[in-house]
Design a binder for this molecule. Sequence first.
Ligand SMILES: NC(=O)c1ccc[n+]([C@@H]2O[C@H](COP(=O)([O-])OP(=O)(O)OC[C@H]3O[C@@H](n4cnc5c(N)ncnc54)[C@H](OP(=O)(O)O)[C@@H]3O)[C@@H](O)[C@H]2O)c1
Length: 246
Amino acid sequence: MLTGKVAVITGAGRGIGKAIALQFVQQGSKVVVNYRSSVKQVEELLDSIRNAGGEAIAVQADVSNEADAKRLIEEAVKQYGRLDILVNNAGITKDNLLMRMTEQEFDSVLDTNLKGTFFCTKYAATVMLKQRCGKIINISSVVGLMGNVGQANYAASKAGVIGMSKAVARELASRGITVNVVAPGFIETDMTEQLSDKVKEATITNIPLKRYGVAEEVAGAVGFLASEAANYITGQVLQVDGGLAM
Ligand SMILES: NC(=O)c1ccc[n+]([C@@H]2O[C@H](COP(=O)([O-])OP(=O)(O)OC[C@H]3O[C@@H](n4cnc5c(N)ncnc54)[C@H](OP(=O)(O)O)[C@@H]3O)[C@@H](O)[C@H]2O)c1
């Protein structure tokens, strides 16, 4: 489905980003794996991709830093000559109740989740506008739609990603570039591993499918939006949440 395409995936050393990278490679895409600090995981990921006959490079970059985000896109184009797909997946949480949340906790989450998505989208769009085609998929969260106790910073960043994606979808549509959002619910990764068993049980009660999702289930939705089957879809939010936020 993605034969010959070139994809940049941010925060792809582990979790959902890693599952997206593996699925894209299986579908024939060349993949640029971005990471911030997961050196060992990325080395293992590149080995398994190359052993399976896939093509991938890794680029260390902190997406919240504009110069890093610019260099990430430049290195992808230098290596593979074009850029067809950008997945803005890198994200962090720094949970705290409103009255205890510090400016640093608020800013750092906004800087990575929202500003990082802005920087990478801006520099990827420069390349895609010249090509007159491209697909951008931004990973938000159901928390950006519903809110969540202790996540004022995270909810703001993920709601921001949805609003920004719709604005950019309108700006880029005339040049054949689509921009869509995938909003996962609770997915089994390091991010949700931090939650207590009590919180996990409480959240499962509210999920109609009665379980957490797995990273591969999010990757499936991203793969669809990155494929030609989704050519006429832009500015949409696809929830992968077991029915949590319907
Ligand atoms: N898990 C869930 O339940 C869930 C639900 C809804 C939405 N999401 C979203 O899905 C995305 C992936 O989450 P996950 O569950 O896979 O989380 P994760 O396992 O904690 O992985 C987060 C990834 O983001 C990368 N990252 C963080 N800050 C970065 C930065 N400044 N620059 C570059 N990369 C950075 C990390 O890279 P390093 O390891 O190299 O630092 C890591 O690869 C996030 O946007 C998250 O908000 C997750």
